[in-house]
Design a protein around this ligand. Structure first.
Ligand code: ADP
Ligand code: ASP
Ligand code: MG
Length: 406
């Protein structure tokens, strides 16, 4: 018997009618194909944000443990409602929270990692010919505490379940009909990709495309889960995320990602001597602040400037830490800018083509966009630019690399 895992995101289950629509789709699919169906759902759209705002009214910095207890309720509402809608259509269904499945995670509250999935309870319900409905985004520690997997975590629940159940396909249903060359909300000329490689999708997700949670792509690549992104509302093939094939190498660039959550800080006039980079970065990482790009200038006058980027939420804390280091190291001054964004081009085709970087920089220069920082890897080039240029930069690059179609 073939088994499909489906995931429906927040907007797909955002109202009672939309939940009924999903129920109808599932019943039609089961009747037409006979597949076993395991369905992962998100909280109704806006709920996770609403609860986060409520928590802020209680406490300025609520514990991650209590936040997990709170936020996991959003998905619990949806599983119950979807099961009711299925039963109303005469389809037997069973709902499971993460703890009831047993999706065991580590205890890093708010960004827990899945360690193990016990499939017996799900299997028993499938054997009874039920549609299984699982709350996304949540798990439970070995000690029984509720955890969540980070924003967008229902994608990861779906892929992890598909891997554990050896599903024939994992389908991520959402409000767009696939993965596009860039976010269609920023570039209306963006085109749907029929296929994208795991590697490229992982870069796109890491560089800011929130269409899939990073960990879901990591999981799918690692366990070779056939993964497809499709629309809940219109029929179509969607986008298949798969291993690289010959045809794919023809495209130079597959997509453009961007991240608005960036800030950059500089420690200027740092004495140029061994150990300085680690003296700067160690206290930052000890404060649990993740560093993204790092640039150190070539030293002049025995001093150098050291610049790096962090998440915008960590900007103030990072500046504070740098002020202390500045005094300790006898550096000149601390500078910062939290009105910057990162724009990246991604494509496996880059590996075998020269000149992509210069094409990118020329296209941006022609529009008068100043590049503040650059970072490259085998299949991506990222630039940091002023926030006000985000849309222009994305559209310019989209056009320049021929992604806009006819
Ligand atoms: P869900 O609630 O179903 O999980 P998300 O909001 O998390 O949906 O993801 C879908 C959104 O991702 C789309 O509405 C779109 O604006 C955005 N997005 C960002 N980058 C891309 C891309 N490259 N292709 C398609 N959608 C993208
Ligand atoms: N409800 C969670 C969120 O809004 C998880 C998800 O939708 O994937 O981030
Ligand atoms: Mg999502």
């Amino acid at each position: 018997m073939s088994l499909h895992v489906h995931k429906y995101g927040g907007t797909s289950v955002g109202t009672a009618e939309k939940i009924q629509n999903v129920a109808k789709k599932l019943v039609d699919e089961k009747n037409a194909t006979g597949h076993d169906l395991v369905v992962v759902v998100s909280a109704m759209s806006g709920e996770t944000n609403r609860m986060t705002d409520l928590a802020q009214l209680m406490q300025s910095a609520p514990s991650k443990k209590q936040m997990d207890v709170l936020l996991s309720t959003g998905e619990q509402v949806t599983i119950a409602l979807l099961c009711m809608a299925l039963e109303e259509l005469g389809q037997a269904a069973s709902s499971f929270t993460g703890g009831q499945v047993k999706i065991i995670t580590d205890n890093s509250h708010s960004k827990a990692r899945i360690e193990e999935i016990q499939t017996d309870n799900i299997q028993a319900a499938l054997n009874d010919n039920k549609i299984v409905v699982v709350a996304g985004f949540q798990g439970v520690t070995a000690e029984g505490a509720i955890t969540t997997l980070g924003r967008g975590g229902s994608d990861t629940t779906a892929v992890a379940l598909a891997a554990a159940l050896k599903a024939d396909e994992c389908r991520i249903y959402t409000d767009v009909d696939g993965v596009y060359t860039t976010d269609p909300r920023v570039e209306p000329k963006a085109q749907r990709l029929a296929k994208i490689t795991f590697e490229e999708m992982l870069e796109m997700a890491s560089l800011g495309s929130k269409i899939l949670q990073i960990r879901s792509v990591e999981f799918a690549g690692k366990y070779n889960v056939p993964l497809r992104v499709l629309s809940t509302f219109v029929d179509g093939e969607g986008t298949l995320i798969t291993y690289e094939d010959d045809e794919m190498e023809k495209a130079l660039i597959s997509g453009i990602a961007f991240n608005r959550d960036e800030a950059k800080v500089t420690l200027a006039g740092v004495p140029d001597m061994p150990g300085v980079a680690s003296a700067i970065l160690k206290p930052i990482s000890e404060a649990n602040i993740e560093i993204d790009m790092i640039v150190q200038n070539v030293a002049e006058d025995k001093t150098t400037d050291f610049t790096f980027t962090v998440h915008r939420n960590d900007y103030d804390k990072t500046l504070q830490i740098l002020q202390n280091i500045c005094a300790e190291l006898g550096a000149e001054k601390v500078d910062g800018d939290n009105k910057i964004v990162k724009v990246s081009i991604v494509g496996v085709g880059m590996r075998s083509h020269a000149g992509i970087a210069s094409q990118m920089f020329t296209a941006l220069a022609d529009e008068g966009i100043n590049i503040r920082m650059i970072s490259t890897s085998e299949i991506k080039i990222s630039v940091v630019v002023d926030e006000k240029y985000l849309e222009l930069a994305v559209r310019t690059l989209h056009e320049s690399f021929g992604l806009s179609g006819e």
